[in-house]
Design a protein around this ligand. Structure first.
Ligand code: COA
Ligand code: AMP
Length: 632
């Protein structure tokens, strides 16, 4: 075992305040904190109270002032447009200062919310940093969500401005964003004062005056502005994530704890030094993109890579290797699904051999459980440590990982290794008692959570308490189930709620059920996540029609697929739905979703003793067989 890891881990729990104060010293503070940890109102804790800083200043200006102005801060690599563009720290600082000036001139002040609904272009990164510079709170919404999802977020965040672009480019498809934005605003109760639209050459958006402003025109008139010092406990951003209903949760991230934790993580988890190139192949719409495309690499003075492309098809399964070789990437971070996509098209790794990958030292994977096959394949092909690590939108950085900067521990495929310093991870049983090693229970984190984790939900402290703190007093509930082995390695086995991970994207099956139930012909339904070789899980719907419905099942199924696409978005990848006569239930009326899932996956199941009518399981089984499930 690595002594450095053991030492850091123990210290982070036994002397948490000293530990995090030392990490905080590496940043620039406009005012030093009064208390490292405010524990006066448990179970609510706050880090660096009284401290003032600015995240954008720490991510950009600080490096320029320390002499790194000429170093590349951001590389934009876009195989879908053929553009590769670099920005030095000085250039990026100036671009962001002008954009912040433009936003301020458009009415944005400290504490105002700004929604960013943009594709993977440098202006999206600049927009996030410009909000941070002003002390405005950004909320990035992933482009693959439908207008209704965007409208929900507009209503909750109540943004003064929305920043968007004319289109995104998905492989070979141009996806127009503006009609989706217009529809969302039409559906929303809250109306933004302005939308600022970046026109891309691939498609010109129609602007509605006076609401919509052209991005370039706004910038031409802008004056650069300095960063605004904010409280360490002020919100930097809100990121909505799937909860157990169709209503997403607004995860709040504060300035101080976030900057301290992310800066620490770059060195200690990812083994990154200033000047080295870090690539998180994700999307800025997800937490991985927030933390590891934008904030962490820049806070740490690294070069970050913004990739507008896919692992395959842009143009081939060698896309990742081309980027690594061309830009000398040291650490790649992506979701296992990306590797499954590559492996499917290039199982022998022929494309890998075309490139010189000597710069690559680590591959980190997260977002979903990494199956050992994928992990071993990636390790064999790339010949670097492949590190699975586990985290959530709520924590903002890894809960469990193999901390490369603290000395690698032995890798055990199937485990994201051990708790990261700062996280006191405990596996509990239903009554809140600690499980013995090797036994599955619910994984929790003893409070306080380390800096960087969510202090609350946006305008919803009660919801924060109810969702995360109420079930196990004194602990944060992760809603993941799993166990710890004798060496303290964690194994994350499943969610205890209705969340599924589809191609690394977090979705609520409950939210999809709400859409299906709203169809006029549907009496009841169930959506379960079934195993998929590429995406990890895909949603599968089962519907019972209302008595007397005589329309063709195929037509209804087509409408249901379309409804989920329109109401949640293409990212849900909801393509499978079956009409069945009945759904299996317990005698008390609870739908046996777990059993349906096992039948679809072809895993062994026991007929639950409480089942209402066991014959229904055979009916489900034969209905699935007609669709080719379980897959061989
Ligand atoms: N804007 C608009 N539409 C989007 C979108 C965006 N930003 N992102 C995805 N979509 C659409 C896709 O075009 C697709 O639409 P379709 O049904 O019309 O084909 C749908 O949403 C599903 O997209 P995706 O899940 O990306 O599936 P895919 O089949 O296009 O690609 C992978 C599969 C594995 C290649 C892809 O999911 C991938 O690269 N994953 C990487 C994982 C990742 O980034 N995870 C984030 C957390 S680390
Ligand atoms: P998200 O909030 O989208 O990052 O999704 C978080 C959820 O994804 C976690 O609660 C887990 O269920 C799952 N997850 C993320 N990373 C891993 C991992 N390395 N292993 C297993 N599950 C993971």
């Amino acid at each position: 075992m690595s002594n450095r890891y053991e030492y850091a881990y123990r210290r982070s729990l036994d002397q948490a305040e000293e530990f995090w104060a030392e990490a905080a010293e590496l940043l620039h503070w406009n005012r030093r904190w009064d208390r490292v940890l405010d524990d006066s109102r448990p179970p609510f804790f706050r880090w660096f109270c009284g401290g003032q800083l600015n995240t954008c200043y720490n991510a950009l200006d600080r490096h320029v002032e320390e002499g790194r102005g000429g170093q590349t801060a951001l590389i934009y690599d876009s195989p879908v447009t053929g553009i590769v563009q670099t920005f030095s720290y000085l250039q990026l600082r100036d671009e962001v200062a002008f954009l912040a000036g433009g936003l301020r001139a458009s009415g944005v002040e400290r504490g105002d919310r700004v929604i960013i609904y943009m594709p993977m272009i440098p202006q999206a990164v600049m927009a996030m940093l410009a909000c941070a510079r002003l002390g405005a709170i950004h909320s990035v919404v992933f482009g693959g969500f439908a207008p209704r999802e965007l409208a929900t977020r507009i209503n909750d965040a109540q943004p003064k401005l929305i920043l968007s672009a004319s289109c995104g480019i998905e492989g070979k498809k141009v996806v127009e964003y503006k009609p989706l934005l217009d529809e969302a605003i039409e559906q929303a109760r809250h109306q933004p004062q302005h939308c600022i639209i970046m026109q891309r050459p691939q498609c010109q958006a129609r602007l509605q005056t006076p609401r919509d402003l052209d991005w370039a025109t706004m910038l031409q008139a802008a004056q650069p502005v300095d960063s605004v010092a904010v409280q360490a406990t002020d919100p930097l951003y809100i990121l909505y994530t799937s909860g157990t209903t169709g209503i997403p949760k607004g995860v709040v991230r504060d300035h101080g704890g976030h900057a301290v934790a992310l800066n620490w993580s770059m060195r200690q988890i990812y083994d990154m030094l200033p000047g080295e190139v870090y690539w998180a192949a994700s999307d800025i719409g997800w937490v991985v993109g927030h933390s590891y495309i934008v904030y962490a690499p820049l806070l740490a003075g690294c070069t970050t890579l913004l990739y507008e492309g896919k692992p395959v098809g842009t143009p081939d399964p060698g896309a990742f290797w081309r980027v690594i070789a061309q830009h000398q990437v040291k650490t790649l971070f992506t979701a296992p699904t990306a590797f499954r996509a590559i492996k499917r098209e290039d199982p022998q790794g022929e494309y890998i051999r075309k490139y010189n990958l000597h710069s690559l030292k680590y591959l980190f994977l997260a977002g979903e459980r990494c199956d050992p096959d994928t992990l071993l394949w990636a390790g064999k092909m790339l010949k670097v440590p492949v590190i699975d690590h586990w985290w959530q939108t709520e924590t903002g950085w890894a809960i469990a990982a193999n901390c490369a900067g603290l000395g690698l521990l032995p890798i055990k495929p199937g485990s994201p290794t051990r708790a990261v310093p700062g996280y006191n991870v405990q596996v509990l049983d239903d009554t809140g008692r600690e499980k013995t090693r090797g036994q599955i229970g619910e994984i929790t984190i003893k409070l306080p959570l380390p800096p960087g984790c969510l202090p609350t939900l946006w305008n919803n402290e009660q919801g924060y308490y109810d969702s995360y703190l109420a079930e196990y007093p004194g602990y944060y509930r992760t809603s993941d189930a799993g166990y710890q082995d004798e060496d303290g390695y964690l194994y994350i086995m499943s969610r205890v709620d209705d969340i599924i991970n589809v191609a690394g994207h977090r979705l609520s099956t409950g939210g999809m059920e709400e859409v299906l139930s709203a169809h006029k012909d549907v009496a009841e339904c169930a959506v379960v996540g079934v195993a998929d070789q590429l995406k990890g899980k895909i949603p599968f719907g089962f519907v019972v029609l209302k008595t007397g419905v005589t329309r063709a099942a195929e037509d209804i199924c087509r409408e249901l697929v379309q409804a989920v696409r329109e109401k949640i978005g293409p990212v849900a990848a909801f393509k499978n739905v079956l009409v069945v006569q009945r759904l299996p239930k317990t005698r008390s009326g609870k739908i046996l979703r777990g059993t349906i899932k096992k039948i679809a996956d072809g895993t062994e199941y026991r007929t639950p003793a409480t089942i209402d009518d066991p014959v229904i399981l055979d009916e489900i089984s034969s209905a699935l067989a007609t669709e080719g499930y379980p897959k061989k």
